[in-house]
Design a protein around this ligand. Sequence first.
Ligand SMILES: *Cc1c(COP(=O)(O)O)cnc(C)c1O
Length: 409
Amino acid sequence: MHKHHRALGLATAPTGSRGAAAIAMLRPVQPVTLLRPHAARRAARYFVEKFPGRSLYAVKANPSPDLLRILWEAGVTHYDVASIGEVRLVHATLPDAVLCFMHPVKAEEAIAEAYFEHGVKTFSLDTLDELEKIVRATSTDGVAASDLNLLVRIRVSSDHAKLSLASKFGADPRDVASLLMAARQAADALGICFHVGSQAMTPAAFAEAMTRVRQSIVEAAVTVDIVDVGGGFPSSYPGMEPPPLDTYFAVIHQAFESLPISYSAELWCEPGRALCAEYASVLVRVEKRRGDELYINDGAYGALFDAAHIGWRYPVRLIRDEDSHVRSMPFSFYGPTCDDLDQMAGPFELPGDVGVGDYIEIGMLGAYGCAMRTQFNGFGVVDSVIVDDEPMASLYGASAPARTNVVKL
Ligand SMILES: *Cc1c(COP(=O)(O)O)cnc(C)c1O
């Protein structure tokens, strides 16, 4: 981290409590990622303490090693990884973490490396071909591994989610029973997993998926040891304010308790977004204004991919020494690259007098924002600093637990 801070001259900034406003006062030329470890810690503690089972962090939402260490220290011991790159990264960063390779379509070489070099025992699959691949890749001298946890991914509806994950993965309902029976033969522990889609706006999404889990178990008549409800737990964005997370947990717990499974069966979940959305925001500068369009120094090839490509809305606020008293109006953003596609429709509500040289904080970019940055067109080199003010929205209560104001840079 330290090498990034020098460029900003942050060493000379006042110590003590530090928020977005203090960073804007330094008038950074590049966008700055504002990191809130306390918010990630709070989210992790919430899942560790309140989810009625085990919470795996879905690494693709934000693979930052700093974040991985924060989650680990807050009690997250299991990690959902989807590529050999994520396997290597998490194993190197957190050597004692339990890794679960939950991409249902993997290279055979990746499975073998994960199993033999990184101790990965847990794999998901949605076809017989993948099952055979896993068995082959983890065998030694023709003898099949006896310590595999195999989770069959079933297809469920994405109707309640803002981002569908229903078409790409998941076994067809007609194939699930035979797949479960075949996987049972190869597995030490057998599981069923699914993903209701990202940003599921109602707990009913999980209740409906659990109905499918029940049908599959009954039809296959196999003993199931793990039920993994996947990710999809929401965060809070403008126009997308979900019900409290504990209502999701209650619905999942109730559905799990009524499944025909053994008393010792485990319940897992794989939150990505919900654990890290509040972890980061980005401080950008306005370089040009044209009517209700603001040209800012981050965009579609930076942390705003989802804002550009799927019209995701993020909270924004103008950061000035003195608050503007001009009435708010809707703006759209252009990013810094020369590409027309580098445009974020919003609408983003900001005071009507916002203009060149102003700083804007764009919130809730810790999940799928910072992780998707590119260096296209020479942009994307971003400073990051740790701040201790509150994220622009939170699902974990405004009454933050007591914490120290001392920020180490
Ligand atoms: C992306 C993904 C997740 C995390 O999803 P969120 O919507 O961010 O919670 C969990 N599990 C799997 C298999 C995924 O692909």
